[in-house]
Design a binder for this molecule. Structure first.
Ligand SMILES: Cc1cc2nc3c(=O)[nH]c(=O)nc-3n(C[C@H](O)[C@H](O)[C@H](O)COP(=O)(O)OP(=O)(O)OC[C@H]3O[C@@H](n4cnc5c(N)ncnc54)[C@H](O)[C@@H]3O)c2cc1C
Length: 232
């Protein structure tokens, strides 16, 4: 169990990844440790705290990926906050983590739903390199694929990356990596075209309720029963 801390952190970097998704980097105390899949609470205003999955925690720098489209209190905070400002952070929290098994693992996300999977995938690659991993990331076009750059350095035969592109014509796109596959369609139409051993593969899904429900339905119809979700 990681110790839950309550601390002030300085925002040291704010990067616009797409029209609505931003990356935030905070300088945090060295006592903060997390298990891949966990999240922290950002106290956007004194009365409101929102959850954000930890993308990475390296050299006392905590990275988050935030979609500001919901437009609520935290979204407004993230849009306005400036580098140099202090924010109250609590955590880490959560029990969403990679199962301790040797089964193949498939990760499915769209938008900021990739956040918990970045450290989870890195952990499996590092600790169990023999396990087959697939990461399916859905975006309307290749330029809104915010996930690839976080994972490109660890792709291999055992760790594949599948872009599911729903709106752009993929015939004009080219792979950047031998272990990347670019497919036309949403995650829900692309995944069934793969030949997984459905009953002996774990599926991890993260994102909006709608995306999770649609994906779960497709997977259940394929006979999958090992489905683990983090709902935003
Ligand atoms: C475990 C976990 C991890 C998460 N990790 C991430 C992450 O890594 N990245 C990420 O982008 N998000 C993540 N989320 C989602 C995040 O916590 C917030 O829910 C999200 O950022 C929206 O917060 P908000 O304050 O902007 O909107 P909220 O104020 O929570 O509002 C959400 C929506 O409801 C509407 N709304 C609010 N109040 C009302 C009302 N009274 N009547 C009608 N409509 C209303 C708002 O307009 C908005 O559309 C995570 C969620 C969970 C549970």
């Amino acid at each position: 169990m990681n110790k839950i801390l309550n601390f002030q952190a300085e925002l040291i970097n704010k990067i616009q990844l797409t029209d609505s998704i931003l990356q935030f980097e905070y300088k945090v105390p060295s006592e903060l440790v997390f298990t891949p899949g966990q999240f922290i609470g950002i106290r956007a205003i004194p009365t409101h705290t929102r959850a954000y999955s930890i993308v990475s925690l390296e050299n006392n720098i905590l990275t988050l990926i935030v979609d500001v489209r919901p437009g609520g209190i935290a979204s407004q905070y993230f849009e306005k906050v400036q580098v140099g400002e202090q924010t109250n952070i609590l955590g880490p929290y959560g029990i969403f983590k990679v199962k301790d098994t040797d089964l193949p693992k498939v990760f499915v996300s769209t938008g900021s739903g990739i956040a918990p999977f970045i450290p989870m995938i890195k952990e499996v690659v590092k600790t169990r390199p023999q396990i087959q991993i697939y990461n399916f990331f859905g975006s309307k076009d290749i330029k809104t694929d915010i996930a690839y750059s976080f994972l490109e350095n660890i792709l291999s035969d055992k760790c594949k990356y599948v872009n599911c592109i729903s709106q752009e014509d993929i015939s004009t796109l080219s792979q950047k990596n031998l272990h990347q596959e670019i497919k036309q369609g949403r995650v829900t139409t692309v995944i069934p075209t793969y030949n997984f051993d459905w009953q002996n593969t774990e599926f991890y899904i993260c994102g909006s309720s709608e995306m999770i429900n649609d994906t779960k339905e497709v997977l259940t119809n394929l006979g999958v029963d090992k489905i683990y979700v983090e709902k935003y």
